[in-house]
Design a protein around this ligand. Structure first.
Ligand code: NAP
Length: 255
């Protein structure tokens, strides 16, 4: 079994890599930080005895998906059983102040690269009538979020795309899961420029998020909000008037 995981040098992607290796998957792991990726890959090989290929790549480049796919094809001896589209980052603050290069990076990484990777790998899975794709979205994709506006909008795209594609792919034996974690203890907040904020819901570890995602995949579930408090909140906000939810979100997220 072979899994391709983007953003596996740390955080949630690293946990996917470790837990999938523990399940016996060979891995192709991609990220930009060669040193961290090599360390994670080395530890996984030593702990689980599986083959781990490191692919050092900036997936926020327009041709990132094609380059990753070409690299996997060049090295692999077996088909891809699982694709985990995990690489991502946050951008916090007023949209009008966000640096244009970071906006461009986010649009390519979250939208273009994920869409192209699915389009490149899904046909083989459909042909084999076997395989799964996990797109790591976020609870931020379930409602508009002031000051995390672009991030939340890109994750909403993944929620919509994943739900529709799962319905298309399932009859061909392929599951597409949209995983929506809430706050997770990783480097994400520091990278996003979020110093401190209080938010309702769970704060989980990356390992907890990934364990829930993979357990849900075992049951063929295409949508998972991780953390029971996050699930309760998601239910509640569906019944509360939208302007009330958005007003609360603006106050909570305000820098
Ligand atoms: N932490 C949370 O609270 C939270 C909540 C909901 C959803 N998520 C989502 O979970 C996913 C993983 O985030 P995380 O929390 O694990 O954050 P993280 O610890 O900052 O890890 C992000 C990963 O993405 C990779 N990455 C970032 N930009 C990249 C690029 N241009 N090309 C290739 N790889 C890139 C990073 O590797 P390099 O830096 O080595 O490239 C790293 O491996 C993201 O999609 C995020 O939106 C996180």
């Amino acid at each position: 079994m072979l899994a391709v995981i983007t953003g596996a040098s740390r955080g949630i992607g690293e946990s996917y890599a470790r837990q999938l290796a523990a399940r016996g998957y060979a891995l192709h792991v991609a990220a930009r930080d060669a040193e961290r990726l090599a360390r994670v890959a080395g530890e996984i090989r030593a702990a689980h005895g599986v083959a781990v290929e490191e692919i050092v790549l900036d997936l926020a480049q327009a041709d990132g998906a094609e380059r990753l796919y070409a690299d996997v094809r060049r090295r692999r001896t077996e088909p891809v059983d699982l694709l985990v589209n995990n690489a991502g980052f946050g951008l916090y603050g007023e949209f009008a102040d966000m640096p244009m290069p970071r906006i461009q990076e986010m649009l390519i990484l979250h939208l273009v690269t994920v869409t192209k990777l699915i389009r490149l790998i899904l046909p083989e899975m459909r042909e084999r009538r076997k395989g799964a794709i996990i797109n790591v979205a976020s609870v931020a994709g379930l409602l508009p979020l002031p000051y995390l506006s672009l991030y939340a909008a890109t994750k909403a795209f993944l929620v919509s795309l994943g739900a529709a594609l799962d319905l298309e792919a399932r009859k061909h034996g392929v599951v597409i899961q949209t995983c929506c974690p809430g706050r997770t203890a990783t480097d994400f907040h520091a990278t996003a420029g979020i110093k401190q904020y209080w938010a309702p819901g769970d704060q989980q570890t990356a390992d907890e998020v990934v364990a829930e995602s993979l357990a849900a995949l075992d049951h063929g579930r295409s949508f998972v909000v991780t953390g029971w408090r996050n699930r309760v909140l998601n239910r509640i906000q569906q019944f509360v008037p939208r302007r009330v939810v958005l007003g609360a979100a603006e106050r909570l997220m305000r820098p």
